[in-house]
Design a protein around this ligand. Structure first.
Ligand code: AMP
Length: 284
């Protein structure tokens, strides 16, 4: 695996790959890699000739300074995992490589309603920073394929829209959520959970599973299932629910009945202590 730290070195190498007729798959991450990230690398390895993984903890997408400071950083361990997964290129840029003119965003995108509910409502500015860094990374890497996890479903939809708005030819690929043994969606933030917190956190996916089956059965309206799920999560000690919403999976608009949209997804965010966790499941 080549570890490249500058845009110039990366682009020189990728131009050679392209000249040799290779396609490029790209997996952007913030590091502290786990099996969820590695499933994206696997998807890229299966489809593209050269896989580039980036590790960059992007300051502009953190709406809480403490979350940025506490975000786990394990570069040496990450490098070993990527090497073991036979990743061809690790891009490990500094802040000034990504933002040579400073972190101020000249022209934020207009994503319409997609950035308003759920994560948008609870993390002001988060999606502007996320779209800013993914746009910059796509400009640098110019991949044929971009692999992103369903775990961050709203993010996936926004990046899909950003690609469309920017006219990039990159194809975005959505990869399924990888979970721990008891169902907790893998996340770099999970390492900050105590054993007791982890027991509590297992109720997130349990509740989602039950809510989804209630939705499939269509016995209740959407608001009643949401209210049931929030009550269920609140019963678990130590969990503070930020939202639990079952929405149209294309537009993220609220739906009243489970028959109202072609695809419906249940999305939730909770806090356990000072750790914020998100998860989702498709109802249909
Ligand atoms: P992050 O490092 O958290 O920014 O995540 C980098 C990419 O990995 C994003 O596309 C995430 O959606 C994806 N990802 C994170 N956790 C998981 C997971 N448990 N399963 C699948 N993909 C994931």
């Amino acid at each position: 695996m080549r570890t490249l730290k500058t845009v110039t070195a990366l682009q020189k190498h990728l131009n050679e790959c392209r000249k040799a007729g290779q396609t490029i798959g790209f997996v952007p991450t913030m590091g502290a890699l786990h099996s969820g990230h590695l499933s994206l690398i696997d998807a890229s390895k299966k489809q593209a000739d050269t896989t580039v993984c980036s590790i960059f903890v992007n300051p502009t997408q953190f709406n809480e300074q403490s979350d940025f400071t506490k975000y786990p950083r394990h570069t040496a361990a990450d490098q070993a995992k990527l090497e073991a997964a036979a990743t061809e290129v690790l891009f490990l840029p500094s802040l000034s490589e990504i933002y040579p003119n400073g972190t101020e965003q000249s022209q934020p995108f207009d994503f319409g309603y997609l950035t308003q509910p759920m994560e948008g409502a609870h993390r002001p500015g988060h999606f502007d920073g996320m779209a800013q860094v993914v746009h910059r990374l796509l400009e640098i890497v110019q991949p044929d394929f971009l692999y992103m996890g369903q775990k961050d479903y709203q993010q996936f939809l926004i990046v899909q829209k950003m690609i469309e708005l920017s006219g990039f030819t990159t194809k975005i690929v959505r990869c399924p959520i990888v979970r721990e043994r008891h169902g907790l969606a893998m996340s770099s933030r999970n390492e900050r959970l105590s054993p007791k917190d982890r027991e509590h956190a297992a109720w997130i996916s349990r509740t989602l599973t039950k809510a989804v089956s209630k939705g499939k059965f269509k016995a209740l309206d959407v608001a009643s299932v949401e209210a049931w799920a929030i009550a269920q999560l609140k019963k678990v000690g130590g969990i503070e629910v930020e939202y639990f919403e079952m929405v149209d999976a294309q537009t993220l608009q609220k739906v009243e009945h489970f028959g109202d949209a072609e695809q419906i997804i249940a999305c939730t965010a909770v806090r356990i202590g000072d750790v914020r966790l998100i998860d989702n499941m498709f109802v249909k």
